[in-house]
Design a binder for this molecule. Structure first.
Ligand SMILES: [Cu+2]
Length: 106
């Protein structure tokens, strides 16, 4: 009937589900089959990242500028809170071909 309107409502609902009032949002970054997903994520200072490792080996999310270095054991989720703004390129120390960018707005 009104596909445009339906899409708008669906988008609003999704945004509502992600927002956590008063505190930062939670953003999930998944490691699966040696890939960070999404490879290009945006967050804000104070947001929480859930690093979800679905692989059967450990990964790290290591910022090239040294701002963070998180190790995720196999099949585990690690949580970290973003403290500093910046467009951070990061990679996995164990699998240097795994690369991604996390843009952290102030
Ligand atoms: Cu890795």
């Amino acid at each position: 009937m009104l596909p445009g309107r339906t899409l708008l409502v669906a988008t609003a609902l999704m945004l509502g589900a992600v927002a956590i009032p008063a505190h930062g949002a939670t953003i999930q970054i998944v490691m699966e089959n040696l890939v960070f997903s999404p490879a290009d994520a945006t967050a804000r200072v104070g947001d929480t990242i859930e690093w979800i490792n679905k692989d059967i080996f450990a990964h790290t999310a290591t910022a090239r500028n040294g701002d963070f270095d998180v190790t995720m054991p196999p099949k585990k989720t690690v949580i970290s809170v973003l403290k500093k703004a910046g467009a951070i390129e990061y990679y996995c120390r164990f699998h240097p071909n795994m690369k991604a960018v996390l843009k952290i707005d102030p």
